[in-house]
Design a protein around this ligand. Sequence first.
Ligand SMILES: [Mn+2]
Length: 515
Amino acid sequence: MALTQIQAQIVQLLQKSESVLIMPSAPPDGDSIGSALALFLVLKKMGKEATVVCNEPVPEVLHFLPTINVIGDNLSASNDFVVTLDCNNAKIDTIKTNLEENKVNIIITPKSGVLSENEVSFHYGPSKYDLIVVVDAGDLSQLGKLYEDNAGLFSQLPVINIDHHVSNNHFGKINLIDIMASSTTELLVPILEELSHQADKELINENVATLLLAGIITDTGSFQNANTSPKAFASAAHLLGYGARQQEIIQHVYKTKNLTMLKLWGRVLSKIQYDKLYRIVWSTISANDFQETNSTSEETGDIIDELMTNAPGADVVLLIKERSPGLVSCSVRTTKSSVDANVIAEMFDGGGHVQAAGFKIQSDNLGETEQNIMQKVREYQSKRLKIDPGQNPEILDANELQQLGVFKHPAWVNHVAKKSDERLVEDVLPEIQKVTGGDEPSIQKEYHQLNDKIDLAQKNKKNKKKKLFAGLEQVAKKEEVFQTPKVVPENIVENISKEQQEVDIEPGVTYKFEE
Ligand SMILES: [Mn+2]
């Protein structure tokens, strides 16, 4: 397939460069890390120097990714600030420096002639890199301190910006921005293939393919989010052809939910609120919640997405977190594309996609910030829904929602989600392998058939969700309840703890309880 002009420029620049600095957005996710490491491996195979740096720690669920250990957290780039003096008009006799409080004076004595300010210029010292590639970041501020501390580097070196966020502000010299792409890794596939083609050797091995597929799977929520396009399926199928280890990704990302995360889930559910009038579901996580459940803000990634599947009737889902002292962050999801999460996030100087976005607010008062956020989001909704501004919200709290049976027991949700992920990926992906190489109409047709399949799988998932609610109090207090029932062949579920004997059980499944 012919490359676009921008893709071709990127290929050319990558080929020309010798030492590339690769920067994923922070906090890192499966897509930003997958993109950065896939590019790293390919450049290394081309015999180039490559460095990946990220400002924030990689979430533990992603530690299985190949070559994850190469990611550094600081830049050894030169920070030298060079003052240059043009000596055409005067010969130099001596140069001295002296320190005066917080200033340094450079004293230059001419042998002959006169020096003037016109002869002085400034620049940064030579860098060990010759190119910067920023992946999956809408804005340079998403690189955090690494950008702030090395701003000079960014004006000195060419920057390639590869991203799929609506909010991307085209900060690069070359900008490959496709908001229709499921993920940044999807955008990298044709570029890495072209590099292979021109190098006349295969640069995409199983590890590279696994990294690229990890970006697609995590950014589409395992092909369930609205951004799952025909191209996402086609790219995924293509990557399987390269030997991408899809099971490994699913196993680590979706099937390993640790106890601390489930405890945090309990906290989130016990604080959930639903504004029926303005159609908003939200919850908060305080610094205390993180501390007492021994979890970190990196572990909240999936919570908002699972909150979504449990928010019937809501348009907007918000998760407000006290991320670090003085910093509150908020994840925004919308349940339909006519409600724009990016617009909501922009009201608070954040950004993202149409149905998934986020923002940060400097504040050390979570309660007050929550109120401010809710007020603005209600204003947004009142315009959309044509509600008289100032009309009182109708709020249901966790207990009322529990009585209505709206929210499910997290252990059950987890159990169902696991089973459904297995079915979705195992059933669907091998079939879309056939799509590779197909023309546009046939891809579209395949895609619609696959979509029907997914709808069916999701319907099954919903039917299977039983009212297995053992009480939110229990959720927050009893750790044992969170242990997911182990599924063994022939629908036998073993090692159910004593507490779970009180809950309903699914027909056709044999449960074995602990002694
Ligand atoms: Mn992404």
